[in-house]
Design a protein around this ligand. Structure first.
Ligand code: ZN
Length: 496
């Protein structure tokens, strides 16, 4: 079989595995990818090596566990080998188009190895601030609300009623504002990125190339393209979407109340997936037009999933490692292999980079921790080695260096069993995903089973190896970069 000359990697932010058609979702979110799956390798149990983005992507690009350079290191270290640096070294043209995720930036080393790296960062920063709740000085209305809210919450039973009234009041006010999905949206949509990518391909596809797209369409706040809502026959308007998003971010509601709008929120999320799918289809068409389709390997995956109250939560904070958060779709289309073939065993995304280089017949650098599953005949079902996912518990804002040092949350998956160890609370939960796929019933602690003991041994070895195999030069280089960036910030002026 001829070796493909080029590689396209597409990561879709927040795309959970059970929301794509080719893995069984009954809603038509991914018609294009479903058709691509008929001629691709489909990984049924691909698992992110960490959540969220900043704990997942080091494994995807550099085949490195996210905490293995030390919990205080975020991003790709200066000088670290990635798919991009390796391919550039081999003479590939390289480009990345990132839809404004503030954690995928040049400052965090993601631009290394790319001739062109466009991250739409000003849009992304805007979205990040809005999403994380950071905002400018509160208005008079905001300050009055804060005072009243504090007063009401000091009286038992009155706080919740006040929160509800204030929410209704804000909804009423915003009804008078005419907004469109375009103005509400925080991130560039997939069509913007595909336009950039096709323009770049038009000029750079004479030789081998590596193109990476990171799409944010399914990411919260959920403001999909109107076309995608139409394609999915949704009647939700821009105003509905705005109200739903406002509702969904409320912190004063219990799961019961949130549940009432969950399916509508999922419709918005699904439309985001549909648009990403549509645009991946358009990019593929362009590759065919440029006569590149038959020489190009394509991998489509996600950095992590998204929670819709499955375990009582929303979004994708590093608080849990449940399947809705760690299990992601993964499709690998290699020219010459024309049938759908499936890999059933758990596959860690840490193994993706070595697999992709292997597909291109490029040697894997020594620093890659994962192992290729590529063989002459395609992907290999292989043995039952443990698959790890990890994050620093509750580190929701790594820009604040102190939160990075939170204790580790670690999941070990082997076959149908999954052990989640929370180093913050000193607790561990073991699940049998065959009999309990939704992880609702942890297996009893006693009698201590061989499975539990074995997975605990794997967890221990992973943590020890993380330290033993640490690349101290890369660690120092990453810390020095952080310090330089900190020093480059303007010194805050003293308050008068
Ligand atoms: Zn992400």
């Amino acid at each position: 079989m001829a070796v493909p000359r080029s590689l396209v990697l597409i990561t879709v932010d927040c795309l959970r595995a059970d929301h794509v058609g080719f893995l069984g979702y009954p809603v038509a979110t991914t018609p294009f990818l479903d058709s691509l799956a008929t001629e691709s390798f489909v990984f049924r149990n691909a698992l992110a090596s960490g959540i969220p983005t900043y704990y997942s992507l080091p494994a995807v690009l550099a085949s490195r566990y996210p905490l293995s350079l030390g919990r205080d290191v975020i991003g790709i270290a200066p000088g670290e080998s990635t798919i991009a640096t390796e391919l550039k070294e081999c003479g590939y043209k390289t480009a990345a188009f990132i839809a404004g995720n503030p954690y995928i930036s040049r400052a965090d080393g993601y631009g290394d190895g790319f001739d062109v790296f466009r991250d739409f960062s000003s849009l992304g920063e805007m979205g990040f601030r809005a999403h994380s709740g950071g905002e400018a000085k509160p208005s008079l209305r905001g300050r009055t609300n804060q005072i009243l809210s504090r007063a009401c919450h000091s009286v038992p039973g009155l706080g919740a009623a006040y929160d509800e009234l204030y929410f209704q009041y804000c909804q009423k006010l915003s009804q008078n504002r005419v907004e469109s999905l375009e103005t509400l949206r925080r991130f560039p949509t997939a069509d913007v990125l595909v336009d950039c990518a096709t323009a770049w391909l038009g000029e750079n596809s004479g030789g081998p190339f590596f193109l990476w797209l990171h799409l944010m369409d399914p990411h919260a706040p959920y403001y999909p393209k109107a076309e995608a809502l139409q394609e999915m026959r949704s009647r939700l308007s821009a105003a509905d979407s705005r109200d739903l998003n406002s509702f969904w971010t409320r912190n004063d509601l219990g799961v019961g109340r949130l549940q009432k709008k969950c399916s509508s929120i999922e419709s918005l999320y699904n439309a985001g997936i549909r648009w990403a799918d549509h645009e991946i289809g358009r990019l593929s068409k362009k590759l065919a037009e440029l006569n590149l389709w038959h020489q190009c390997a394509i991998a489509v995956t996600a950095d992590h999933g998204e929670e819709f109250l499955d375990h009582g939560g929303r979004f994708h904070s590093p608080l849990k490692l449940n399947e809705e958060l760690v299990r992601v779709p993964l499709l690998l289309r290699v020219p010459g292999y024309c049938e759908r073939r499936e890999l059933h065993r758990p596959f860690g995304l840490i193994d993706l980079a070595p697999t992709l280089l292997d597909v291109l017949d490029i040697p894997t650098p020594a620093s890659f921790r994962g192992r290729s599953c590529w063989k002459e005949y395609g992907i290999d079902e292989g043995g039952s080695q443990p698959v790890f996912s990890e994050c620093a518990y509750e580190c929701t804002n790594p820009l604040n260096a102190e939160t990075r040092l939170a204790p580790r949350l670690l999941a070990v998956r082997k076959g149908e069993y999954k052990l989640v160890v929370n180093f913050a609370s000193g607790t561990e939960d073991l699940f049998d995903l065959n009999s309990d796929p939704k992880e609702l019933r942890p297996l009893p602690l006693k009698p201590a089973s061989d499975v539990r003991r074995n997975l605990l041994e794997c967890a221990k070895k992973h943590v020890t190896d993380s330290y033993k195999t640490r690349d101290w030069d890369l660690r120092l280089a990453a810390l020095a970069r952080d310090l330089r960036q900190e020093w480059a910030q303007p010194i805050p002026s003293r308050p008068n």
